[in-house]
Every structure is written in structure tokens, then in C-alpha cells.
Design a protein around this ligand. Structure first.
Ligand SMILES: Cc1ncc(COP(=O)(O)O)c(C=O)c1O
Length: 395
């Protein structure tokens, strides 16, 4: 007996694969600052727990496969506040933004079809594509150019008659780029000229800094080419609630996604109760959280700028920064920081960026930092990276 080729080719999460080394370091009594994963430290708002307590029923039943009526309406109100008018059949509540991306991909692409992604990209897109036997075709953004959207011609070089969509996150994980109007227009032009869907993953929508607005694609471009995926995980520091959403005006995609949703029965019922509360929090809440991340971004940017030889652009959104490091191999460096380095009993774990690329051998000198800790911890963690690089290069 053997397992499937699909299973064998499923990539391990680049973020989680070094975790055993962090665990070993902790067993030795070393304190590890975790900047490797996008798990915010901000407490989940109290209203989530209040709604769960007050609204739970005696049987935890399945909900409608597209999500409870109350939650879909809470999403509609939230989108309406962003200028996006949707009706209750145009949103499907999913198990996190992850399932929304899976439904979107599954609805529009057959096995061996292609979806274009801008690399580096959110690493789990690879796993989703692998599950569905879809090929991800990368177009490269460059660290030296602040990971801006590559020119239109670079997309045109890779688009074939098997290409079904362009998939991107905005604000972007892992680079912190917030796509500007011109970049969004390029994507729209490509979609129109090559008859493609645009899957716009907007889980970091509220986190755009320095007065920037991140463009929500359905608001900007009201077209049935757009499939927007979204999540409460990051916005409300509620990753474990597993509540996301797929929204589109495309009837065929909605019908298909609903069938996939019916096959997995329902999103988590208890979490949907609390999610209604989260969506009532409004802009005041998300603005405060954004300010906090912006402040942390400033701290990380200031500290990282002190590292000689670093390639760094000030991130504009989300809560990540990707940088080029003056080391021979970022993955060995990240591992070495956990196995061989400590400063006064402390070290740091970050994510090597190679796993965020589809092109073999790319991102070898880059890492991603998630600034999901308080400022003093962030300062110290950046100092550890600086000291670590010095020692690593002297070895
Ligand atoms: C760009 C992006 N999309 C989707 C997700 C999935 O999030 P969740 O499934 O928790 O909503 C993440 C999580 O890190 C992400 O960074």
C-alpha cells in the first residue's frame, strides 16, 4: 500500500517545520521570542465570549451551510459600512479564510489548471493548490524593489489557456505591501484582457498604515470576476474561531461554493454566535488595533534598519515584514538561532522566506518577521537577530 502522489507532494508548512528546534531550545531553558507565525497577542474582544454565553442553545446543531442568517447579515452590515452592498446569498461563511480560498480555487479551476500568484505569497496557498491538483504559477516580486507588483508583462509571460485566475493577498502576507490603485488597475486589466478571475484575499484589510486605505476589490471593481475572501482571524485576534467568508457576485461561483459548503455541512456553530458580536465592534475597534500594529511596525523598522547589509523597505500594512539578510542561507540561520545561539538565555524564531516562493531555490536569503508582540519584546527580538547575524557570519 502507498499514499497518494498528492499527499507525497503536499508541502510541509514552512512556518511550522522548524518548531521542533524551538521546542528543544525551550527544553534547554532558553527563552524564544516567536516572530515566526501570524498569531496576534491581542486579547480576543470580550463581546465574542459574551455572545457565545448568552446565545448558545442546548443542542449544538449544524447551521445553514452558508452560515447562520444572523452572521451573514452581520457580514453584510460590515461590508455595507465599507461601501460594498451584497445580499445574503452573495456571502458564504467558511472555516476561516483558508476554506474560502479553497472554495474559490475549487470553484474555478480543474486539476492541472493554473492560478497565477505573486511570489512570495501566503505559503498555505501551495497546500490548497496541492489538495486540488491545481498548479500555482508564480510571478516574482523583488525584495530590492520593496516587493511591489511586478510589471504587467511579467504576468503576460506566464498566462496560458490553462490560467483561470490571479490570486493575491492585499494587504500582503508576507511582504506588508498594500497594493496601490495603479497596481490594482494592472490586475483588473490583466483579468479583463485574459478572461480571468481575481481572487482577492483581504484578511488584513483594516491594517493599512500611514493613512493609506487598502482597496477592497469588490468596492473598487464591481465585477463578477471578483471573488473576495476574508476572515475574522487577524482583524479581531480570533484565529481559533475559524470564521471566514467568501463573497462574490458571480452566481456560478456561489452555487459551486455552496455545494462544497454543503458537503462539509456547516461552519462552527458556537463560533458563529460570537462572530456576530465581533462584527458589531465597528471601525473604532479596528482603528485602535491598526494603530498598535503601525506603532510596532515603526519599532521593528527602526531596529532592523540598524542591521548592516539588510535589505528592507518600510511595510505599509498587515503585520509582517520580509527582509533580505546578509547571510549565506536564511533557513540555516533561522535554525542556527534556535540550536546554537542565545544571548543571556534568549533567542528568536522567525520564518525563512523560501517556503513562501513557488520557484525552487528562491528567497534563500530572506526571512519574514510577524510583529505580533509588544514593543519591548520586539526591540529585544530585533536586537537578537542583529547579534545573531554577527555571530553566525563570524563562525
Ligand atoms: C493572507 C492570508 N490568507 C488567509 C489566511 C488564513 O487565515 P484563517 O484561515 O485563519 O482565516 C492567512 C493566515 O495567516 C493569511 O495570512
Amino acid at each position: 500500500m502507498r499514499i497518494s502522489i498528492r499527499a507525497e507532494s503536499m508541502p510541509a508548512s514552512p512556518i511550522r517545520k522548524l518548531v521542533p528546534y524551538a521546542e528543544a531550545a525551550k527544553k534547554k531553558g532558553i527563552k524564544v521570542y516567536h516572530l515566526n507565525i501570524g498569531q496576534p497577542d491581542i486579547p480576543t474582544p470580550e463581546i465574542f465570549f459574551k455572545y457565545v454565553k448568552e446565545k448558545s442553545e442546548s443542542v449544538i446543531a449544524y447551521s445553514h451551510s452558508a452560515g447562520t442568517f444572523e452572521l451573514r447579515h452581520a457580514f453584510l452590515n460590515y461590508y455595507s459600512s465599507l461601501g460594498i452592498k451584497l445580499d445574503e446569498n452573495e456571502v458564504i461563511v467558511t472555516n476561516g479564510g483558508s476554506e474560502a480560498v479553497i472554495f474559490a480555487m475549487a470553484s474555478i479551476a480543474d486539476p492541472d489548471d493554473e492560478i497565477v500568484v505573486i511570489e512570495p505569497f501566503y505559503a498555505n496557498y501551495k497546500g490548497f493548490a496541492s489538495l486540488l491538483n491545481i498548479k500555482l504559477v508564480p510571478v516574482r516580486s523583488e525584495v530590492t524593489n520593496g516587493y511591489r507588483l511586478p510589471p504587467k508583462e511579467s504576468f503576460e509571460e506566464v498566462i496560458t489557456d490553462k490560467t483561470k485566475a490571479i490570486l493575491f493577498s492585499n494587504p500582503t502576507n508576507p511582504t506588508g505591501v498594500v497594493l496601490n490603485r495603479e497596481e490594482i488597475n494592472t490586475l483588473i486589466q490583466l483579468a479583463e484582457e485574459h478572461d480571468l478571475f481575481l481572487i482577492s484575499d483581504e484578511v488584513y484589510r483594516e491594517f493599512a498604515f500611514d493613512g493609506r486605505a487598502s482597496i477592497s476589490l469588490l468596492e473598487y471593481y464591481d465585477s463578477d470576476r471578483v471573488i473576495m475572501t476574508d476572515s475574522l482571524s487577524k482583524r479581531y485576534s480570533a484565529c481559533g474561531t475559524r470564521i471566514g467568508v467568501l463573497a462574490t457576485r458571480n452566481k456560478a461561483v456561489l452555487d459551486a461554493s455552496l455545494k462544497f459548503a454543503q458537503a462539509r455541512l456547516s461552519p462552527p456553530t458556537i463560533a458563529q454566535l460570537g462572530a456576530v458580536g465581533l462584527l458589531e465592534l465597528g471601525k473604532d475597534y479596528t482603528d485602535k488595533v491598526k494603530e498598535k500594529y503601525q506603532y510596532r511596525r515603526d519599532v521593528v523598522y527602526e531596529e532592523l534598519s540598524k542591521i548592516p547589509g539588510i535589505v528592507l523597505t518600510k511595510p505599509e500594512g498587515a503585520f509582517y515584514v520580509s527582509v533580505g539578510l546578509p547571510v549565506d542561507d536564511a533557513e540555516s540561520f533561522v535554525k542556527w538561532m534556535l540550536t546554537d545561539f542565545n544571548d543571556l538565555g534568549e533567542t528568536v524564531m522567525v520564518a525563512p522566506l523560501s517556503g513562501f516562493y513557488a520557484t525552487e531555490g528562491s528567497g534563500k536569503k530572506e526571512i519574514r518577521i510577524a510583529y505580533v508582540l509588544e514593543k519591548e519584546k520586539l526591540r529585544r527580538a530585533c536586537e537578537l537577530i542583529r547579534k545573531g547575524i554577527e555571530q553566525y557570519n563570524n563562525n
